[in-house]
Write a protein that binds this ligand. Structure first.
Ligand code: HEM
Length: 427
């Protein structure tokens, strides 16, 4: 309905399908043609306008009144009646959180909930993150081979996230399964049969989030960000509402965990395939923060985000109607030569890597970015120090969960010669 039907759709726009290759293989490369020739195009397959250039994406992020985030957590694939009924049977009511809230409610809530995210208030988590990473490396360093995703990179960010939020650390495996279901539910293209199964998983996640919330409410002085939100809700439920608490409990577990796990897996994979860069950071760990930023630019864990127009507006020379849904492909913006010189080169010394769009931009920019950066830095510091000689297992084929927005390899196998572990000489 948002599409007037009068504007011609080019063959490449017609063919665009973000749920299969080439977008699934490399979203930025898949949109090189759009960056060059058709930077804002309508995708009939998706029912969304796709935005491919850095400046246009930034303009969208900058104006959150014209470009509302209300659609950020909507199902990109509308569900069947059967799946919708299943969700209803769990009283599923995912609603506004922070990330999809309009002004002025959003800023009021963000301000009230900002403290825990400030760098000064994050520093005390550093020891815990390092201890968790070290324990994981201890567990496999003598084996010569590991799937870093399974054996470290998903569990550390999940544990850190739960700790940061003050959520009890039980049912970790269920939480991972729930997160994957939530991602496919929100950003994937499940078949009608998959939708019914997903609806049960997501419904159970919703119930679980509600139960955790009730348990946490019994502990009024509890630690962490969600406890803080619960206390704010108890004082004034008009800013931090009941619906917000339940929706946020579910959304934040995914936002804080999957994003960071994928970012770390993408970074290690990227650095090991650019061996010189890997060796440089092994030799000089001070290069790690900028290298991590370049990894977030080059192969971010969030590759596309959404907005919806609240009025007719022109973007990148294209007239958009009111109510148009936009898929803003941040991964494409991050590879825009107009903003990053030789954007397809991976360069850990790049001066403006930090300008990437992977954390979004403007008033909704990721609140967790400094926690995520700390985790990335510590993971890379520990791996480069203890396993500088590791290599990607050359025989693996990387697989990804098909969806528009969250991206990281399902597995990341690495190997190394145990006899050459630096610790063997210097225990
Ligand atoms: C928002 C990405 C880690 C909490 C966002 C947004 C993106 C994003 C794209 C939307 C930004 C916008 O609309 O401008 C990422 C990536 C991460 C990461 C790539 C890891 C590499 C985290 C972590 C936490 C977190 C670890 C929490 C501990 C949030 C919150 C928001 C948000 C609360 C909503 C902010 C608002 O709307 O005001 N994130 N995120 N994120 N993120 Fe993250």
């Amino acid at each position: 309905p948002a599409h007037s039907g009068t504007c011609p759709v080019s063959p490449r726009a017609q063919a665009f399908d973000p749920f299969v290759a080439p977008y699934q293989a490399d979203p930025a490369a898949a949109l090189a043609w759009a960056r060059a020739e058709e930077p804002v195009f309508y995708s009939p397959e998706l029912g969304y306008w796709v935005v491919a250039r850095y400046d246009d994406i930034k303009a969208v992020f900058r104006d959150n009144l014209t470009f509302s985030p209300a659609n950020v957590l909507e199902k990109i694939t509308p569900f069947s009646d059967e799946a919708t009924q299943v969700l209803a049977s769990y009283n599923y009511a995912m609603n506004r959180t922070l990330v999809n809230e309009d002004e002025p409610a959003h800023m009021e809530r963000r301000r009230v909930l900002l403290d825990h995210f400030l760098p000064a208030n994050l520093a005390h988590h550093e020891d815990m993150v390092r201890r968790l990473v070290r324990e994981k490396v201890d567990g496999f360093i003598a084996t010569g081979r590991a799937d870093l995703v399974e054996q470290m990179l998903w569990e550390v960010p999940l544990t850190v996230a739960l700790h940061f939020l003050g959520v009890p650390e039980d049912d970790m495996d269920r939480l991972r399964a729930f997160s994957i279901a939530h991602t496919v539910n929100t950003w994937g293209r499940p078949s009608p049969e998959q939708q019914v199964k997903l609806a049960h998983d997501v419904g159970q996640f919703w119930t679980f989030a509600g139960e955790v919330l009730e348990r946490m409410k019994q502990e009024p002085d509890g630690p962490g960000w969600m406890h803080e939100a619960i206390r704010k809700n108890a004082v004034d439920s008009s800013v931090v509402t009941d619906s917000y608490l339940h929706s946020m409990m579910m959304a934040i577990i995914v936002a804080a965990h999957e994003t960071t796990a994928h970012a770390a897996a993408n970074a290690v994979k990227l650095l090991l395939t650019h061996r010189e860069a890997w060796e440089d950071i092994c030799a000089d760990p001070r290069l790690i923060p900028n290298a991590a930023e370049e990894c977030l630019r080059y192969a971010g864990s969030v590759v596309a985000w959404r907005r919806r127009t609240t009025r007719a507006v022109t973007l990148g020379g294209v007239d958009l109607p009111e109510g148009a849904n936009l898929l803003i492909v941040t991964a494409s913006g991050n590879h825009d030569d107009g903003h990053f010189a030789a954007a397809d080169d991976f360069d850990i010394y790049r001066g403006n890597a930090v300008n990437h769009l992977t954390f979004g931009y403007g008033s909704h920019q990721c609140l967790g970015k400094n926690l995520a950066r700390m985790e990335l830095r510590i993971i890379l510091e520990e791996l480069t120090r203890r396993l500088p000689h590791m290599q990607l297992d050359p025989d693996q084929v990387f697989t990804y969960l098909p969806n528009t927005s969250f991206r990281g390899p399902d597995h990341l196998w690495v190997t190394w010669d145990v006899a050459k572990n630096p610790e063997a000489d210097d225990p």
